[in-house]
Design a binder for this molecule. Sequence first.
Ligand code: F0G
Length: 344
Amino acid sequence: MTYQGLIHRYGQYLDLPAHTKTISLLEGNTPLIPMPRLSAELGCELFIKFEGLNPTGSFKDRGMTAAISEAVGRGAQTVICASTGNTAASAAAYAARAGLRSIVLIPEGKVAAGKLAGAIAYGAEVIQIQGSFDDALSLVVEITQKTPIALVNSINPFRIEGQKTGAFEICDDMGSAPDWLCLPVGNAGNITSYWAGFKQYQKGLPQILGVQAAGAAPLVLGHPVEKPETIATAIRIGKPARGEEALEAAHESNGRIIAVSDEQILSTQKILAAEGVWVEPASAAGLAGLLAESAVGKFEAKGKRVVVVCTGHGMKDPSIITESFKSPKIIPASYDALVDLVGV
Ligand code: F0G
């Protein structure tokens, strides 16, 4: 039978109410890509779980199929979220599919072009907040407490249910859980979901390396960050809603949460692209953390199976690339000019 999406495939493992009415874009089922060159360098067996290949280009679709399916089944007509961009695009797409109104609040000027375009294309009402993601999140929490609008941020437990499927897929593909799982941490829904998923699926438990951007690293610093700043705008978050659970996941798994600099994030984005895997900056954080730990001898790689979750596609944030690279050369439309330039 052809693939029918995550609720169809893993619904029996997801705690969704009986009224849930499946809304799917055939999300999930993303590839676990072997990385032979990096594996050889690190002395481990490294795989990328490429979540950029979901229908709207990020892992958010896993949670959104569950959250929107529940909301529709309960009769919600409008959904809302705060977002650094990917949640907005995903909520907009699934709401469109379900025939719901969607409203998304984003931090003014801090959302990558591909995400904003997606949210608009799928028909969301996009509102820019003169403040941070954290400010936007407080606003959507308040409005959903006082009105019938449904909240689809990862505070919504059904988002977590859906996102557990990332862990299930990895276990199914590998036969058991890897030794390490590395992933970026922003609002901390994904790390919470993966840990819950691995615990539930009972195919072994990985150690978890959660990675924040140095300018937005409340879980590393141990206190909220009032003015988070990082080039990885997806994880530009100072007060993660599920911060406690993220710390618990790191602790219980015998792993840790660390921070990497924007420079480390950008250089790792290039390393991944050089392997044919183009991810947005935030999505490079997991591997950046692993490389940083390995460089200082804090990662015992030998013989280990390591999965790095790359959460969003590079096409989400094209300007990062075009701004940091020289623009393509221009020549006349002549063979001689081409040969001259190519140097053959
Ligand atoms: N990577 C990407 C590409 C993201 O968009 C996000 C979060 C994360 C990692 C971190 O995941 O929040 O579960 O810890 N993006 C949210 C959004 C905040 O609004 O799209 P998290």
